[in-house]
Design a protein around this ligand. Structure first.
Ligand SMILES: C[S@@+](CC[C@H](N)C(=O)[O-])C[C@H]1O[C@@H](n2cnc3c(N)ncnc32)[C@H](O)[C@@H]1O
Length: 332
């Protein structure tokens, strides 16, 4: 028997990171650590350890977003499959694709499912989930993309039929409002007239519930937050001592977003050897590591409209903690 050609193999993985990821970390570190108010983008949390810590966060009693989003998907996946008729699911920031199985099950049951395209910066996640999913869904092909969804959307494989582009977990909240709309416009450009965007957004709610979700009693989120320092130490030969920093999670009422920060416990200077960069911290000085914007229905609809998308379905959990919206390109 002839060996299968690459296009017949159920798994194809493209990697667009190579040296460019370290470059982007170096650029982000140089830019963010020399600002008057220090800052690093959240994508650098996710090495294999950070991804495993995020998985533990999803299981925490305080971290409602994963459970709420899963509840919505479990209740409405069949309707989503029927409405979209999707043959493929593209998922940005796919992680372990744990909740994605609910969608894949529904598309499989509807008889349309052909291909899954996970896109993530964490190489191990893309590879492991591709191997698991071709086992779990006979006949499914997986085209994994190891890349940065802010830089590599143009490298996605061409659609093989009506597709859902899913961006779950509330990750859209990590963008500041201006870049959020720019990013949604970039996603909208990927969509043909028969395609849909499935977007998970965390909703504005009691700040106590919000803060607890980002500052759990077991300290897992604190460890996840400090992981970015370990990434800098390993990738850029820095000498941050994670114990020198305290985890901070605060809700900014004015902007309606959570901020995660690392607060220096003492005055000290760390060094990023690969950049030949000393980084001085006053005692109590803070480094912002993530924003996580919270949404109202109007904010989501406004952002979608600004990207040329119209809402087809708005789905929430019984507590109205989280929303999943299905949208499509606005007819012109
Ligand atoms: C908050 S987690 C959500 C994971 C999963 N979608 C969920 O709903 O549980 C964010 C995921 O996006 C990935 N990620 C973050 N920034 C990224 C970027 N710029 N490009 C690609 N993946 C990114 C992380 O590796 C992680 O798997």
């Amino acid at each position: 028997m002839e060996p299968p050609t690459p296009s017949e193999l159920p798994i194809q993985i493209d990697s667009h990171l190579d040296g460019s990821h370290e470059r982007s970390l170096a650029e982000d570190a140089l830019d963010g650590l020399t600002r008057p108010f220090k800052e690093l983008p959240p994508k650098h949390f996710y090495d294999a350890r950070g991804a495993a810590l995020f998985d533990r966060i999803c299981e925490l009693p305080e971290y409602y977003p994963t459970r709420a989003e899963r509840t919505i998907l479990e209740e409405r996946a069949e309707q989503l499959a029927r409405l979209t008729g999707a043959v493929e699911l593209v998922e940005l920031g796919s992680g372990t694709a744990a909740k994605t199985r609910v969608l894949l099950d529904a598309l499989d049951a509807a008889g349309t499912l052909e291909r899954y395209v996970p896109v993530d910066v964490t190489e191990s996640m893309v590879r492991e989930c591709a191997e698991e999913l071709v086992e779990e869904y006979p006949g499914l092909s997986v085209h994994g993309v190891i890349g940065d969804f802010e830089r590599h959307l143009d490298r996605l494989p061409p659609a093989c039929g009506p597709r859902i582009v899913a961006f779950l977990g509330g990750t859209i909240g990590n963008f500041l409002p201006g870049s959020r709309r720019r990013f949604l416009r970039a996603i909208a450009r990927l969509l043909g007239p028969a395609d849909h965007l499935l977007l998970g957004t965390d909703l504005v709610k009691d700040p106590r519930v919000l803060r607890a979700a980002y500052d759990d009693s077991q300290g897992v989120t604190a460890e996840f937050n400090r992981n970015v320092l370990r990434v800098l130490n390993r990738e850029l030969q820095a000498d941050f001592d994670p114990d020198d920093f305290e985890h901070v999670a605060l809700f900014d009422q004015q902007h309606e977003w959570i901020e995660m920060r690392l607060r220096a416990r003492r005055e000290h200077t760390a060094r990023v050897a690969a950049l030949d960069l000393p980084v001085h911290f006053e005692a109590g000085e803070e480094l912002r590591t993530e924003i996580s914007a919270k949404f109202t229905p109007e904010r989501v609809e406004g952002d979608l409209a600004a990207a040329g998308l119209e809402l087809a379905l708005w789905l929430t959990d019984p507590q109205q903690y989280f929303a999943v919206s299905l949208s499509r390109p606005r007819a012109v």
